[in-house]
Design a protein around this ligand. Structure first.
Ligand SMILES: NC(=O)c1ccc[n+]([C@@H]2O[C@H](COP(=O)([O-])OP(=O)(O)OC[C@H]3O[C@@H](n4cnc5c(N)ncnc54)[C@H](O)[C@@H]3O)[C@@H](O)[C@H]2O)c1
Length: 253
């Protein structure tokens, strides 16, 4: 069992499918959680109730992470409660675009890039002073297999944004070595969360499952496990890596 006692962990998009699992697992391992929510108030309230049952003084923060003013306010709020931050998980993201390339509107393009990429830049920049005060800071970005294989049809902006998240992971990792902050990413494949929305009921979903060597969709714990590993002392010599957790998809395409 990994031990995160005395560690302060900030998870963006913590009221979503993957983020809430990470919050539960880090809290069960002793961490104090700063859970970020945007627009999912009842899920966030339910999560905070669960976290409270594990003990500790967890904090809920809220806001659109594409807005630099809001992000700065969140970092200030965290700084008012905690002297340092040990782990930042840049997990918030969305893929609202499934549009044939000729019809992709510039506004939609900008929105998707902002949700998935600008947010990672803004949150990391705002939290850096707090991470620098940790003896061993860790940043874990959530990319996607779409970064490598171009993703689902019509997901041009999403695949591009996640490709950039993987690149940013490496450029930040180089830069932050001197600060003793390790930066890595997990690239999930098909994971069973609300992320997929209506796609789940489509016939294509069954087809996609067949294409996965392990023959099943991932569960949120399949992503949370590698995230906790990267945040732990077991990963003290790993930085600048993008690790796929995709049931073997990297062998196929
Ligand atoms: N589920 C999958 O199969 C899968 C695969 C690859 C990558 N991912 C990535 O994993 C991460 C988590 O996805 P999930 O499956 O838990 O999805 P989800 O929809 O359950 O959760 C996404 C979270 O991001 C938050 N969010 C969205 N837009 C935001 C914004 N502008 N500002 C702040 N927060 C915002 C939402 O409020 C939500 O909490 C995302 O980055 C997603 O791209 C998921």
């Amino acid at each position: 069992m990994l031990d995160f006692n005395d560690k302060v962990v900030f998870i963006t998009g913590a009221s979503g499918g993957l983020g809430s699992q990470m919050a539960r697992d880090f809290a069960r391992a002793g961490a104090t959680i700063i859970a970020h929510d945007f627009g999912l108030a009842s899920a966030a309230a339910a999560l905070m109730k669960e976290l409270a049952a594990t003990g500790g003084k967890h904090l809920l923060v809220e806001g659109d992470l594409t807005d630099p003013v809001k992000v700065k306010a969140i970092a200030q709020q965290i700084g008012a409660h905690f002297a340092h931050l040990d782990v930042l998980v840049n997990n918030a993201g969305a893929s609202p675009d499934k549009t044939p390339f000729p019809e992709v509107a510039a506004d939609l393009w900008d929105k998707v890039i902002a949700i998935n990429l600008r947010s990672v830049f803004l949150v990391t920049q705002a939290c850096l002073p707090l991470l620098e005060r940790s003896a061993k800071g860790r940043i874990i970005n959530i990319s996607s297999t779409a970064a490598r294989n171009g993703g689902a049809p019509g997901g041009h902006a999403y695949a591009s944004s996640k490709g950039a998240v993987s690149s940013l992971t490496k450029s930040m990792a180089k830069d932050f070595c001197a600060k003793n902050i390790l930066v890595n990413a997990i690239a999930p494949g098909l994971i069973d969360t609300p992320f997929y929305g209506d796609v789940k009921v489509a016939e294509k979903y069954a087809e996609r499952l067949k294409s996965i060597p392990l023959r099943r969709a991932g569960m949120p714990s399949d992503i949370s496990g590698p995230v906790l590993f990267l945040a732990s002392p077991l990963a003290d010599y790993i930085t600048g890596e993008v690790i796929e957790a995709s049931g073997g998809l990297s062998m196929m395409a």
